[in-house]
Ligand binder design. Structure first.
Ligand SMILES: [Zn+2]
Length: 261
């Protein structure tokens, strides 16, 4: 069953990249998108593009995670756009809102950084890979406000919320990316969203090395394990694994237009 693509992994955080790539190949993956968490560390992701090959495609995304907005200054939009215009860079992120830590000051810094990433998306056409944690209302408001200024492609990575966020995202044309959370016993609300979402808006990812799916839960995650999440997605939707692979692959190719399969 070839053809799975892990749309969100942190290859730079894995213990060793080469074994992870061969394990992924054995598990039936054909590609992965490694994503940065600090704009200042973008070189790490760009260097990983050297792993790209015919049997395992590797693309990358560049941005600053909301948890790190206080630690570095983003460049202006034009400077970002110039860097993003690089073969193999297929998305902007991760960015977004994470209200688990920090107070009001952090939140406004996160919003400003998030809006800058969106502005770069409008200029490049690259999709925004969005992290959203405990921030549903502000996320929906910001996505609506920004969409009114001009459309931009986006996905919510590691979808961890419920129908309120899902509905707003789908109405704005966004995609939902499901991670190992889909397999966790307590995450029934996420599974309900995964069952109901339109098939043309589904993506799968690992967010490795974090959040390994059942039956690997508690171990370091690796892109190969996206197969467990895809299997669970197939099971929840009552379709074959082949169908999920084909559908998520087509969705990935449609959203990440720079990603040539
Ligand atoms: Zn991530």
């Amino acid at each position: 069953m070839k053809g799975l693509i892990d749309t969100h992994c942190h290859l730079d955080r894995l213990d060793a990249v080469e074994p992870a790539l061969s394990q992924a190949r054995e598990a039936g993956l054909s590609g992965m998108i490694t994503i940065g968490t600090r704009w200042s560390e973008r070189r790490k992701q760009l260097d990983l593009l050297a792993c790209d090959g015919p049997s395992m495609r590797v693309w990358c995304a560049l941005g600053t995670h909301p948890d790190h907005v206080g630690e570095e200054e983003l460049p202006g939009c034009d400077e970002m756009v110039a860097v993003l215009d690089h073969p193999g860079v297929v998305a902007i992120g991760e960015t977004g809102l994470d209200y688990f830590h920090g107070g009001e000051e952090t939140r406004s810094a996160q919003k400003a950084s998030f809006r800058r990433h969106i502005e770069a998306s409008r200029k490049t056409g690259l999709p925004v890979a969005i992290h959203s944690r405990m921030a549903d209302e502000d996320m929906v408001t910001l996505l609506q406000e920004e969409s009114e200024k001009g459309a931009f492609p986006f996905l919510i990575h590691c979808f961890a919320s419920g129908p309120y966020l899902a509905k707003a995202v789908l109405e704005l044309g966004g995609y939902l990316s499901f991670s190992g959370l889909l397999t966790f016993p307590k995450c029934e609300e996420i599974r309900a969203v995964a069952r109901d979402a339109p098939s043309e808006r589904l993506l799968v990812e690992t967010d490795s090395p974090f959040l390994a799916p059942v039956p690997k839960r508690g171990k370091p995650n690796t892109p190969a394990f996206v197969a467990y999440t895809a299997e669970r997605l197939a099971q929840e939707r009552g379709v074959s694994m082949e169908r999920i692979i084909d559908q998520t692959r087509a969705n990935t190719a449609r959203l990440f237009t720079e990603l040539v399969l």
